[in-house]
Design a binder for this molecule. Structure first.
Ligand code: ADP
Length: 420
């Protein structure tokens, strides 16, 4: 059975997962059924590369995780440690049908998963100004993996790709057209791999073809975004040029009057870098409640902390406003889909979001909403016109599927079409 290694290389980390995929899997079409027979053979994380306290954690099957705490100077050494971990915990990485790399920004040119060659590498490097913290690290991982596995096809899967079906009315900012076009300033959206995966799973759970259902998908993790998905295609999403726009997040403010930036500069004397740091790393739930982790926020609320209670209210209200806006954008809403750490596990947030949405046809079932499960499930009442679903996301599996589909097809239609 084909095996696919999925790699997510960050600035100081490498996350990976090895899958065994059933024969014949790897379906390139949007809206295709999700492959539930894929098996995760091993997974792991290398953290704090180049820093004090570097650590590798490798999990294979039911065995105790292998943990190595040692200096890891750079990403090349990090990958070496990963391959050593595979060898000592069950055998080397062999017989790979493909390696799938998560790449954050594909811009408006890389709109599909793309087989990696020199041209693709140059195109990914071209997007670096749009994601200066992510694309260079993603490329580093690609280069190291290519050197280690020169014979194995490698595929880049972009966080932005699913949102490239947005029409101009959704992706354009009302800025001078020439300036926006020259600098490629527009809404791109992120978490696309997750929105794509859960929208397919949601359609499957509803027993309807993806092409027939309209969904609002809510990815609520440390970062958070919402997408309007019409017949399997994204028509709007809340993150923009960068992941800062939209919902209130763990440490990001989300939507803000842009004039707040000028005001902070003029009144508080903050530099552009200070404000970037403030809005991305010190705002959101951390700024409002003093804690970015929702479990901690919940504890504070239980202890009677007023600021935390208000922060939770701001968090849910922002989401609810987007649900209303996207219901209007879709025209007809069939289901609301919650996913990621908070969406999957926090019933209070789900209740807070759905509260007052009865007019839109959303009625939660309190008992179903409270029941814990790791499976895709319905948490709305039987007579709710709009179904409310909880669908666990699996971005790694989605990347593995898309990688296999590209390897099977071995073509780069989007890249070729965009290349003169
Ligand atoms: P990331 O965006 O880093 O992948 P996650 O999707 O894991 O993050 O989401 C992190 C958030 O999910 C945190 O605020 C955390 O409180 C919440 N969360 C994760 N797991 C659970 C759980 N089992 N119960 C309640 N909340 C959880």
């Amino acid at each position: 059975m084909p095996r696919v290694l999925v790699v997510n290389t960050g600035s100081s980390s490498i996350k990976y997962q090895l899958f065994e995929m059933p024969e014949g899997s790897g379906e390139p079409q949007r809206g295709a059924p999700v492959n539930r027979d894929a098996k995760a053979l091993a997974s792991g994380l290398v953290e704090r590369i180049g820093e004090a306290g570097a650590k590798l954690t490798h999990r294979a099957g039911d065995a105790e995780p292998l943990v190595v705490e040692d200096r890891i100077a750079d990403h090349s050494e990090g990958f070496e440690r990963v391959f050593q971990a595979f060898e000592s915990a069950g055998g080397p990485v062999t017989d790979l049908a493909g390696i799938g790399h998560r790449v954050v920004h594909g811009g408006d040119r890389l709109t599909e998963p793309t087989l990696i060659d020199d041209q693709a590498i140059a195109a990914i490097a071209d997007q670096a100004p749009l994601a200066p913290l992510h694309n260079p690290s993603n490329l580093l991982g690609i280069r190291i993996a290519l050197a280690s596995f020169p014979e194995t096809p490698q595929v880049a899967v972009f966080d932005t790709a699913f949102h490239q079906t947005m029409p101009p009315r959704a992706f354009r900012y009302a800025l001078p057209r020439d300036l926006a076009d020259e600098l490629r300033i527009r809404r791109y959206g992120f978490h696309g791999t997750s929105h794509a995966y859960v929208s397919r799973r949601a359609a499957e759970h509803l027993g309807r073809p993806a092409a027939e259902v309209n969904l609002v998908t809510l990815h609520l993790g440390n970062g958070a975004s919402v997408a309007a998905v019409q017949g399997g295609r994204c028509i709007d999403t809340s993150m923009g040029l960068t992941p800062l726009e939209g919902l209130v997040m763990g440490t990001r403010s989300g939507d803000l009057d842009p004039a707040v930036v000028f005001y902070l500069h003029r009144e508080a004397g903050l530099s552009v870098d200070d404000i970037d740091d403030l809005l991305n790393k010190r705002s959101g739930m951390l700024g409002l409640a003093g804690a970015n982790d929702m479990r901690e926020v919940a504890r504070l609320v239980t202890d009677g902390d007023q600021a935390a209670a208000e922060a939770l209210d701001v968090y849910c209200y922002r989401i609810r406003k987007y649900v209303g806006a996207y219901a209007a954008a879709l025209g007809r809403l069939d289901a609301l889909v919650f996913t990621a750490g908070i969406g999957e596990n926090n019933d209070a947030v789900r209740a807070g979001v759905c509260q007052g949405l009865e007019g839109l046809g959303v009625t939660l079932d309190a008992r179903r909403n409270k029941a814990r499960s790791a499976k895709a499930r319905t948490v709305s009442a039987d007579d709710s016109r709009v179904a409310v679903l909880v669908v666990p996301t699996n971005e790694e599996l989605e990347i593995a599927e898309q990688t296999l589909a590209v390897v099977a097809g071995s073509s780069n239609p989007s890249l070729k079409a965009a290349t003169p």
